[in-house]
Design a binder for this molecule. Sequence first.
Ligand SMILES: [Zn+2]
Length: 364
Amino acid sequence: MITITTPQGKQVEIVLERELCQPVDTGEHVRAYCHLHGSDHQRSLSINKMTGWGHCFNAACQATVLVAEWNRPVAQHLLHSYYQGLTSAALPSYQPPHLPSWHRSSVVQPLLLPLPKTIPAWQQEELHMLQALDEQMRWALAHSQRAQLYLHERGIPLTIAKTSGVGYVPPALLERPDMGKERELLHRWVDRLLFPLNSPFGRGYIGRSLWHWQSGMNEMIHKALLERPGSPKRWIKTNPAGWFGMEFEQLPDTIILVEGAFDRLTLVTAGLPAPQIVALVGTAVQVEWLPAQVKTVVLALDGDDGGKEASSRLADQLAQAGLRVQVCLLGKNNWGKDWNELWQHLGQQSLTPVFEALSETRSA
Ligand SMILES: [Zn+2]
């Protein structure tokens, strides 16, 4: 167990799973005797399995705990900022002597707990089925003229989509004789491009519908078509969902946050380093998700009012968490509100603001 104090002055007890005293699984939560104040009459410690965060309900204790293995990214982030605070402030030569081995370890381990029970069974099943079909969905993308034409018209080369793990679910895939339950459960994923997502709770997918899309149909028209009553949703996600980008452990010290999956592919196509680019795909920024090695964030969100508002809100939130922030605004123009629309019309020059923002982070 390690007691740390967050920059906001809050005390958090970071504990290991094996330190929990006679834990019992109660579904969404695990209850345990509180080893912090030494109770053995009531299991006053309650920990949310999904987030790893817990609380002691004993009035005299009230401890806030985080089970490290259940939320590795947050535990690492907290520990890292804590020790960094100590080393850079009063104790320049201080070296943390007794960091537990899991802190130093860069080995990627899955969360020890299965998906929390709060996720409905059908969503768990849906996710497992999609994961099992991952390779076949990628193969399908590499062999579908329709999906490739769509990517091409959005200015994304097939090679970029392939190396980013994008897949496609053609109708024929679910009509195969070996597909049973999949046909029904994955029906809503048919004729979609799938982008793999990462979160501290595991991998997921977001899927973009190509329903009734035809060559030559631009994004605005297709969007309007999908917004008509009775049309499939433009985007759907698994539970858990997450961000479209590298696995958390592989993120470099400077990352670029964009809004959409196609924005990320656009930036990669333009020559920005893929590991640096993370698309939020509608998932809120949880600062705790950012692994400790991330120090600088370039915000390159959409140019509409929503994007601008999110940008300034996020900039504050990230700065408060001790990260360096560089805001890159997509200026007013006649071509579109996101990087992909701009890219389709203006090509390489549309990404100049992102390259500039990135080089400013290097020179600062
Ligand atoms: Zn307690």
